[in-house]
Design a protein around this ligand. Structure first.
Ligand code: F0G
Length: 450
């Protein structure tokens, strides 16, 4: 057992806290209100370890009682919390109270869409659409918790490196909290929608001449030297918020776990968070078996998939390149935690080419669902696993769509209006303002269809 293998604290270990921050590397413990972004002893990553939920008498709660508690916090009930993150407060950030900075977020749909299922070749496919969050990506779930920690520890500024979605979420939540936000993004490599949001919400935006990996190094150094609170997904509270994607989808399935959960992977914060959520849910008896986690990378940015193939003996890094700019990451920060998540869930790491990702995106978009390019990697991954016989008839699969279709309008315009070789393009047609012109277009499409 490593130092970080404890799933829940005993009452004795908790020293009166409902949770503590513990260093993954050396096991050093910090109070939940300690503002250190990393272990002050060894510089390792911090993780939140909770005390298992107890009743008023201090006796451990049964799985049924915990599930009932989550139900009671449903947004539809008078005592409920309107957030799909804070509904799970006891397993996220107990006792956050008035510091909570929430839009609200979460409560995203779990969709069955016949056309996407047919495309992937998987009848039992459900789509957990995180693009329905307030800033259009799953990042809001981690950001509401990270910002709440910034508020309750009195941070004077918050910062992150980002491929675009984290920066949009940080900008929005920092604005709500009234804390200045600073974001570091790779110059020229951020999708239009994300950049527009970040500017609109008012974060100071630094276009770094370098890739995401360079941005992350820079923000870590800058926040250490300048005392700015770091809100990347290595922040332990961000991980706690992102766990609620899994908790919520399990709740939506009546705590009957699916066979597979498939998600796109870049910096690996989400893979790590999903692994932690499943570990805790299983330890508490909320689910009786653990789904297999599948992380899907873009082939041009797939160091983790390379690691998986060699049994994670080597920590690979690559010079990343992919059309899915959200996951254009060559040196993922949450590597060790993600390895643990894959190992503990008997999981898989695969990669899909940019062509496969675009093809899946076009299918998801044309089904009326829509998502940003990186998100489509999950459906492309499902299709690959069906083809390879890993996902079989009757398997229940949840693919996470991490971001909204409007995040990357530049890519859509390019695809549908500017690429002459793209066979599935839905080209707009410019016409004169006459009924005859409309009739001509309709007649033309009839001939095309015939
Ligand atoms: N999907 C989308 C839409 C993302 O924005 C990201 C990451 C991922 C998947 C991968 O998640 O990094 O936890 O493995 N976006 C980060 C950002 C890097 O800065 O917005 P991960």
């Amino acid at each position: 057992m490593g130092v970080s293998d404890t799933v829940f604290l005993s009452a004795h270990e908790a020293l009166g806290h409902a949770c503590i921050q513990r260093c993954d590397a050396c096991g050093h413990d910090l109070s939940p209100l300690d503002p250190s972004p990393e272990c002050p002893s060894c510089g390792g990553l911090l993780a939140i370890i909770h005390r298992a939920p107890v009743d008023v008498m201090g006796a451990p709660l049964s799985a049924k009682a915990i599930q009932h508690g989550f139900m009671q916090h449903c947004c539809a009930l008078p005592m409920g919390h309107p957030s799909g993150v804070w509904r799970f407060e006891s397993l996220v950030m107990p006792g956050a109270g008035d510091a909570i900075t929430s839009h609200p977020e979460g409560n995203t749909p779990l969709m069955a869409r016949r056309r996407v299922s047919e495309y992937a070749g998987c009848d039992g496919l459900l789509l957990k659409h995180e693009g329905y969050n307030p800033t259009g990506s799953f990042k809001d779930r981690g950001m509401t918790v990270g910002t709440t920690q910034a508020v309750r520890t009195g941070a004077t500024a918050v910062a992150c490196a980002s491929t675009g979605n984290t920066s949009a979420a940080l900008a929005s939540y920092a604005a709500q909290a009234g804390i200045p936000g600073l974001v570091f993004v790779p110059a020229g490599k951020v999708a239009l929608g994300k950049m527009a949001q970040t500017l609109a919400y008012g974060a100071k935006t630094l276009l770094v001449r370098g890739d995401f990996d360079a941005c992350l190094k820079l923000v870590q150094e800058a926040s250490r030297e300048l005392g700015i609170y770091l809100l990347n997904s290595i922040n332990p509270w961000r991980v706690e918020g992102q766990k609620t994607i899994v908790l919520e989808l399990l709740q939506q399935l009546g705590w009957d776990a699916p066979d597979f959960i498939v998600l796109p992977a870049g910096n690996l914060g989400n893979t790590a968070a999903f692994g932690k959520a499943l570990r805790e849910a299983h330890a508490l008896g909320l689910i009786s078996r653990i789904p297999r986690l599948v992380s899907v990378q873009a082939a041009g940015a797939a160091p983790f998939a390379m690691g998986f193939r060699d049994g994670f003996i080597t920590r690979h890094t690559v010079q990343a390149e992919t059309i899915a700019t959200a996951i254009r990451i060559g040196d993922p920060a949450s590597w060790d935690r993600a390895v643990r998540a894959i190992r503990e869930t008997n999981g898989l790491v695969i990669s899909c080419t940019d062509d496969e990702i675009v093809d899946a995106k076009v299918a998801i978009d044309a089904a009326g669902v829509g998502c940003e390019p990186a998100s489509a990697a999950s459906v492309a991954g499902v299709q690959q696993l069906v083809r390879d016989g890993v996902i079989r008839d009757g398997d229940r699969v949840v693919a996470v769509l991490t971001g909204h279709v409007l995040k990357d309008p530049g890519m859509l315009v390019e695809l549908h209006q500017q690429r002459p070789d793209f066979a599935k393009a839905n080209r707009p047609i410019e016409i004169d303002a006459s009924v005859q012109a409309v009739a001509d277009v309709i007649a033309g499409s009839r001939t095309e269809a015939a």
